[in-house]
Design a protein around this ligand. Sequence first.
Ligand SMILES: [Ca+2]
Ligand SMILES: [Ca+2]
Ligand SMILES: [Ca+2]
Ligand SMILES: [Ca+2]
Length: 740
Amino acid sequence: MKKVFTLLCLLSIVLVFTIGLKAQSGNSVINPYLQVVLLDAASTDMIDVYATFKDQYSFDDLKQQTSFLPKKERQQEVVRILRSFASEKQQAVRGFLENARQENLVSKIDILWAANTIVFSAVPEVIYYLAENYNEIAEIRFDPVFDGSLLTDPTEDVQTYYPPNPSDNPPPPQQGLILINAPAVWAAGDSGQGVLVGNLDDGCDWDHPDLIHNIYNNLGEDADNDGHTLEWNGSAWVFDPGDINGIDNDGNGYVDDFIGWDFQSGDNNVYNSSSSHGTSTSGIVCGDGTNGTQTGVAPRAKILPLRPNGEAQYWLAQQYAVAMGVDIITSSLSYKWYFSPQPNYPMFRQINDFELAAGVVHTNSTSNDGNNTGIPFNISAPGNTPTAWIHPDQTLVGGVSSVIGVGNVVATTDIIASSSPWGPSTWEDLQINHPSYPYPMPLAYQDYPYETLPGSIGLIKPDVSAPGNGTTSTVNGTGYGSFSGTSGATPHVGGTAALLLSANPNLTPADVSMILQTTGVEKGDPGKDNRYGAGRIDAYQAYLLAVAMIPVELESFTAAANENSVTLNWSTATEKNNSGFSVERKTPLDEKWIEVGFVPGFGTTTERKSYTFTDANLSMASYSYRLKQIDFDGTVEYSSEVFAEVGVPKNFTLLQNYPNPFNPSTTIEFSIPQISNVSIQVYNVIGELVASLVNQSLDAGYHHFNFDAGSLPSGTYVYQLKASGQNGTFVETNKMLLMK
Ligand SMILES: [Ca+2]
Ligand SMILES: [Ca+2]
Ligand SMILES: [Ca+2]
Ligand SMILES: [Ca+2]
């Protein structure tokens, strides 16, 4: 390895010269923007870059390979497939970079397996060497870190601070929650329980009293196995001392990532003393009002705080959140057209497509630039990416992706803020009209043209709007502050998505996007317009539609025979309008299914419900069962079949007659394990024979005979079974009561 770098150093001057020529000829895998950066860089400068490989896993294949899986399994399978694909393709380059790190020529390496890319910081000669010697790399690009205030989207730089426990201002809950009708959803029983939201922002004061109970604990790093990674030590909330071990226990590439990750600093503490922005977006998603003001839309949702800065860090944070199992990603960070370099739109969209494949909903801010940048570039990335459900007003239809881009209405007036960015956005070959744009647009992403197709509508954005200006949220410390911008609006939508998923966990990103776009309050120009999107969200109307979409989902259905009865057990994960289940049975000899019972359902519920049904007094045979689930409106749906075998009895048995007491007839049942001569005789209490029911040879099995006592007076009777087979004679007597 030393040899490699000695050689590398010797060659570096030649390489720089070669690459310099290549930069001019434009043939290098080094992106033109990075070429300029490198020419200006000192030989010891660590340059933040990412290298994308030529081989990319087809997302169509990925969808096909995983679409049959239940939602959360699908998410993990998507992660597994892309991770192992990248691991195979990147082997050689990873080895080279690891060696270079030993030589202090590389300072960090992160694997962006979601896009078969490696994110790293390296001195220029390492970048040149990679470009020249590793044919599997498609392109190496610059990934600058930005001033955090450029990325965040509040309209006010300084938040007005409200002390904890304010007596009158602001009133609990904060204005934005009232405008979108969040309290009506809580009253209906859903407030985000069971939903995990990844928040990509500039930090989070995770021990704020309103957040601490909703901060995600990564149990993969729970080294002392006590069920938490955050702990109260008597005076403060701290990372569990029993878990701090400097080891990446869950093998996700991040050491002691107890609650999230700070990609900007490369450590596990996302607290940022210089900004409350991420504390405020977290508070709007799930602040629980502990200190006096209810700020969160989904006060029982959990939040996974992540702190990226550069674009590649943002993608790494998205990937991290998906791999950790989030249901929703929300971010009030955005990358504007006027940044240098301009945002890598195609890569943002590729990572958003990955989120969609994994079934994760993404809500994002869209800048506060009004029409300052100019249409079609006011809407920043990744809020400019297509959403998962195409609104009918989007008459030029292209592809779908994961992102719901959010506009900002003033909470007190319900009118769009002048700073909320004007759509539409565009997806086309940007280099035609903007030759210096550094990234070629893949054909598949040239599906919402604006500038290259005169008269076309581009991609209508934002998708929805929500209260931003005039809202209140948690700030660093223990109190609250005013909040604003599409930064404030976006977590209202992310929190609402959490309410929908707590009510109906099976909703797809397309379902959530459809629900939010079709249940909002219509505003501005008719239909989905480029200021309000498809309307200002209404959490309660959205919730009602989400509940209406809950299917009756059978989780398990089993049958087990015990002697001559069969017990069926089944459970449902969710139910909607479920009147109940008709239990149907069939033997191989039967022509058709017969109903053997009905079990009432629970109507509509998202809680797991368990059912049991026993089909008794069966003869020896193989039985099939199925459930006919019946809705209140009469719609039926059949389950798959289950099977049970009622076999030869083990013992002679005389069962209690049924019904008992009886009038005037009852059934007497018994089992014989072998062919036998059988008699059943009925006596009155003074021992007189009153009836002889059976006197014949019977096969092994379960038998039952009817006894009609129509001609007898009320009273106690005795029935006796005598069965003689090759193993001897069995005699048993039972009592029964006739009540006329
Ligand atoms: Ca622990
Ligand atoms: Ca870890
Ligand atoms: Ca650890
Ligand atoms: Ca409208």
